[in-house]
Design a protein around this ligand. Structure first.
Ligand SMILES: [Cu+2]
Length: 121
């Protein structure tokens, strides 16, 4: 679905808000293939939330793992884990046309609908 982007070559910033209503705002993002996006992600809730990019299958597999190991911490370039009130940045280059997902993989959040979609055209 792409690769970590060079922060010096960002073409656009997309601001995303994460809430305790288990929603991302916005939940649908349109991107052009080749774009390097800076995701500026804010956790405006009282709970820990995550922003994880991946295909639907990758996210589901990862979520099952998180349920077994809730204390799992990870530092991969396709994800951000944010404590309440915190803001973080993730830079990603979308190299392929297609539909990708993002989700919060904290136990219960994914099932509650905390997910979104990125359409790369
Ligand atoms: Cu969450």
């Amino acid at each position: 679905m792409g690769k970590a982007g060079d922060p010096a070559k960002v073409t656009r910033t997309v601001t995303i808000d994460m809430t305790d209503a288990m929603r991302f705002n916005p939940a649908t993002i349109n991107v052009k293939a080749g774009e390097i996006i800076r995701f500026l992600v804010k956790n405006s809730g009282q709970l820990k939330h995550e922003f994880v990019l991946g295909t639907e299958k990758e996210l589901k597999d990862h979520y099952e793992l998180m349920k077994k190991f809730p204390e799992m911490e990870h530092e991969d370039p396709n994800q951000l884990s944010l404590d309440p009130g915190k803001t973080g940045e993730l830079v990603w280059q979308f190299t392929r046309v297609g539909t990708f997902d993002f989700a919060c993989l904290q136990p219960g959040h994914f099932e509650a609908g905390m997910r979104g979609r990125i359409a790369v055209k």
